[in-house]
Each structure stands twice: as structure tokens, then as C-alpha cells.
Ligand binder design. Structure first.
Ligand code: GLU
Length: 514
């Protein structure tokens, strides 16, 4: 059996709903391992984390894996890796344990059975023996009559003796909630206020399936209660069944947590809900909504956190740059907003640039390393540390550093003769410029900035070139690129030998017979 929860026991006194942000909150992120962690889930986890940290409460990770058909192998691990990468460490969860475990629903089936039985005994749930075929027929007839699909209630009031006999004979069944047929239910969402529905519009939802496994409506609610959750932050896809959840809480006689249904994400166009499955792997354009894809594309966790934090919350109308510790200070659930937010990737680029520029050179070098490795380029921390200052102001993503600074680590580029002749020059003028640069470097013997720069400027004047023309040819020769980090500092990182070799190679290319 599960150990005693930190909150009151299952049927104990009502749990006081914590709404003052000063009392410690217990929040949970409860993903289903049916896919990867996308930015919608990450944002829910972030707000849960912030609420718990800010109030010195606890943030729990609970794996909702009772829908066995939809399980994706490796999804739980992938989601945990993404949360860890974002820095959203949980206090209790399937891997770290905690006082109210287990934290994986498939290991808690006994608890759900007991709670389903509590509802049955209290007259709030009943065994339903209808077969899938019969239910399909009922649905068809309802469709024909243009009625909303719902259970027709055939097993709702079976005589007790019949139910016992059928159960005793081992007949397959589900447990359904006995939704009141009359009256209304009011569910209160923190962001949206009271939502009132006619009970007659709700179905007799299944709580336990015929395989004995619970559905969300039972498992999540029971767990939230037993785990002492004070604030349920979840996707607004649960709004339609929110009144049902309130009815189930009432049937158990439990006080409700604070309910917060977060704003939805729209596609970047602002049209249509961001889809998260199948075709939703990427949205409008090539950008992915999956957290670990953003990591692979060279976004910092700091930037992703900053970006998603503001998709549904703001401190005021102007502060936009936050680190995770700053968010812990600044966050409040009172400033969450319910308006849909369009996914805006240029904002992500903007935040990434800002957070890249706040990294120390050592840290930037460290973060760049896997990107060079992925491109097949061997680097050392020391080399990257020298390159970090040259790229820090110039990259929007870590990945871009490979594009603009790959030339430091590869020698396999061969500029074309055409590339070595910038606009306004002739091949022989380019060749002369490179020969003069080579002589200058050889005679100076090193690449010290000021003497070399002065000398190259003099050489350019002597050849009746603009200094920029000479530097352009030299840049192509040394880096293979028309755009690069500052040239002379880059040459210093490369060292005299490599620079000389590359200039000679370029001269060779220019002197090839055409
Ligand atoms: N497992 C549910 C989901 O992934 C959790 C919803 C909730 O946070 O209550 O949608």
C-alpha cells in the first residue's frame, strides 16, 4: 500500500487549498509517456517548478502511464532528459522517490481500485457490463438522431443482486461515474473564474477500464489528492471535463486544489492550435516544438526557459529577460494569463542571443564543444576558449558557431579562383595583395595585431587598393568565407604556420592556368 501522504488521508479532513503564494505549494508535472516533451509540456513543468520553488514547497514528477496502448518506449526517459536539460529538477518522482510514491501510475493500480470501490459503495459509481459492440450500436443510433454521443445508462440502475451475480461470474465490466442527471456544477479556474455546466450535458464517464486500469479522470485526481497537491496546473484541453473532475472530488468529499488551466499555444501564424502529435513535430517552417530538438539546434536552456516563461505569464509590460533564479523570484500565478499565445521563434532567437552573450568565455566554449564534435570537428576546450570571444557577439545559436568558425578546425576548404577575386579586383591584383600579405607576415614573424594591421594598410596603399579590398582577399584565403569573425584575431588563433600555408594555397589557386 502507499505510505501516508503528507496531506490528509484519502477521506480525511479537507485539504486547505493554498492560494496565498507564501504557503508552501505542492505542484506536479504529470506527463504521459506517449511522446516527447514539447514546449507546451515544458511550460507547464516550468510554472509548476516556479510555484514550488518560490513558496519553498515541492515539485513532483508523476508518470501517467495507464494508457498502455499509447505508450512509446523511451518517452519517459526522453522527457526526463529534457526536463533536466531545462534545469527543472523535481523533488519527488519515479527515479528519486519520495514519501507518497510510487510516482508511476502503472505501479498504483491497487490504489485506484480501492478508490473506485469507495465511489461504488457511496453510490457514485457503478459497474457497467455493456460490450464494445453494444456501445458502438448506441453511438450509431445517437449519431443518426444527431444526439451527442454518450452512454445510455443501461447498467446505471441494475438491481444489486444482478450486479453481484454478474461480477461473481467474472463477467467483463468497466466502472462508470454516476454523473448526476439534474442540476448544475460550477468549476472554478483561477484564470477563468467560475465555469457552470448543466450536469445533464456530462456523460457517465468510465473511471476504470475493463482491463482494470484507470483512466485519467480517476487516476490523476486520486493521485493529486494522495500526493497532497495544492495547485493543479494543466493544459486547457482538460477544460471540457473539468466539471466532471469537480464532481468526482465532491463524490469523494475532498476539498479541491487550486485549478489552473494554462493558455493554449497557437501556431506561429497565430492561426490554429499548436498541434503536438504526428504532423505537429514541426510547425510552420522547419522549427520544432520538441525541447530536445531545440537543444540540438543550438538553443540554450536559459533561452528556452525565458521564452516559454513569457508565453502565458508576464511580470509587467516591459521586463523580458529572466534567468531561472530570477523567475523563481518574479513568478506569481496571479499574473498568468489565459489568452492564447502564438509560438514566436524570432523571440526565441532574440533570447538565445541575449543569453549567449551573458555566458563567460569558458562556459561558452564548453557549450560549443558538442556542436563542433557533431560536425566531425575535433576541438579542445583551450581552442574553443580562444574562439569564444570572437563568436560570442555574432551567433544566434550555438550551431551557427560551427558555420562561422568551422574554418579554425578544418583545412579542407579550397576557395575557388572566383571567390578569391572580390568585386573591383582582378585576379592579378588579388594575387599581389596575397603576396604582399605573405611577405608582411613573414618579415614580422608573428601576427601581433597592431604592427600587422599597420603594415597591411601600407601594403594596400602601395598597391592602390582600399584596405578593405586587401582584407577581403585575405579573409577568403585564410577562412574560406566572405564573412568571418574579426580577421586578424582569428589569424592569431590559427597561428603563423597555418595562416602562411593557407595564403600560399590561395596564391597557388590564383596562379593556376585557366
Ligand atoms: N497525463 C496528463 C497529460 O499528459 C496530465 C494532465 C495533468 O497535468 O493533469 O495530459
Amino acid at each position: 500500500m502507499n505510505p501516508a501522504p503528507p496531506g490528509p488521508p484519502a477521506n480525511g479532513p479537507a485539504l486547505p487549498a493554498s492560494n496565498a503564494s507564501t504557503s508552501p505549494a505542492r505542484s506536479r508535472f504529470a506527463p504521459s509517456p506517449t511522446g516527447r516533451l514539447h514546449i507546451g509540456g515544458a511550460r507547464t513543468a516550468l510554472y509548476d517548478f516556479l510555484l514550488a520553488r518560490q513558496t519553498q514547497g515541492q515539485f513532483l514528477l508523476r508518470i501517467e502511464d495507464t494508457d498502455r496502448k499509447r505508450l512509446v518506449p523511451g518517452a519517459e526517459e526522453e522527457q526526463r532528459e529534457a526536463l533536466e536539460w531545462l534545469g527543472l529538477a523535481w523533488d519527488e518522482g519515479p527515479d528519486v522517490g519520495g514519501p507518497v510514491g510510487p510516482y508511476r501510475q502503472s505501479e498504483r493500480t491497487q490504489i485506484y481500485h480501492e478508490h473506485a470501490q469507495l465511489l461504488v459503495r457511496g453510490g457514485n459509481a457503478y459497474a457497467c457490463f455493456c460490450t464494445p459492440d453494444r456501445l458502438a450500436q448506441v453511438r450509431q443510433e445517437q449519431q443518426k438522431k444527431k444526439l451527442p454521443p454518450r452512454y445510455d445508462g443501461r447498467c446505471r440502475d441494475l438491481p444489486a443482486a444482478e450486479v453481484h451475480a454478474r461480477l461473481a461470474s467474472g463477467e467483463g465490466h468497466v466502472i462508470r461515474f454516476r454523473t448526476p442527471r439534474e442540476g448544475t456544477t460550477t468549476a472554478v479556474d483561477l484564470l477563468r473564474g467560475p465555469i457552470t455546466v448543466e450536469n445533464a450535458s456530462l456523460d457517465d464517464y468510465i473511471l476504470l477500464k475493463s482491463d482494470g486500469l484507470p483512466v485519467y479522470h480517476l487516476a490523476a485526481l486520486v493521485d493529486d489528492r494522495l500526493m497532497g497537491i495544492t495547485h493543479v496546473l494543466r493544459s486547457s484541453e482538460w477544460l471540457p471535463t473539468f466539471p466532471l473532475h469537480v464532481l468526482i472530488y465532491q463524490a469523494f468529499g475532498w476539498e479541491q486544489p487550486v485549478w489552473v488551466h494554462l493558455s493554449i499555444f497557437l501556431n506561429p501564424s497565430g492561426k490554429g492550435k499548436m498541434s503536438k502529435r504526428g504532423a505537429g513535430e514541426t510547425v510552420a517552417g522547419a522549427m520544432s516544438i520538441q525541447v530536445l530538438d531545440l537543444r540540438a539546434a543550438g538553443y540554450l536552456p536559459e533561452a528556452v526557459i525565458n521564452w516559454i516563461a513569457l508565453m502565458g505569464w508576464s511580470l509587467d509590460d516591459h521586463t523580458e529577460v529572466f534567468t531561472l533564479p530570477e523567475l523563481v523570484q518574479a513568478f506569481s500565478i496571479g499574473r498568468l494569463n489565459a489568452s492564447p499565445a502564438a509560438v514566436n521563434y524570432s523571440k526565441l532567437d532574440h533570447f538565445n542571443g541575449i543569453h549567449i552573450r551573458t555566458l563567460s568565455f569558458d562556459e561558452l566554449a564548453h557549450r560549443l564543444s558538442p556542436f563542433f564534435a557533431a560536425a566531425g570537428l575535433g576541438t579542445s576546450q583551450d581552442q574553443l576558449r580562444r574562439i569564444a570571444p570572437l563568436v560570442q557577439e555574432r551567433i544566434r545559436t550555438l550551431e551557427e558557431a560551427v558555420e562561422i568558425a568551422g574554418f579554425f578546425f578544418r583545412d579542407d576548404f579550397t576557395p575557388t579562383p572566383a571567390a578569391l577575386v572580390p568585386k573591383g579586383l582582378t585576379p592579378s591584383a588579388s594575387q599581389r595583395a596575397l603576396e604582399r600579405a605573405l611577405e608582411a607576415i613573414r618579415s614580422l614573424g608573428d601576427l601581433e595585431f597592431e604592427p600587422l594591421e599597420a603594415r597591411l594598410r601600407r601594403e594596400a596603399a602601395d598597391l592602390e587598393l582600399e584596405p578593405g579590398q586587401l582584407f577581403s582577399v585575405l579573409r577568403i584565403a585564410v577562412t574560406g568565407q566572405a564573412v568571418s569573425p574579426p580577421l586578424l584575431p582569428s589569424m592569431q588563433v590559427l597561428g603563423v604556420d597555418i595562416v602562411v600555408r593557407r595564403i600560399e594555397r590561395a596564391i597557388g589557386i590564383l596562379t593556376l592556368p585557366v
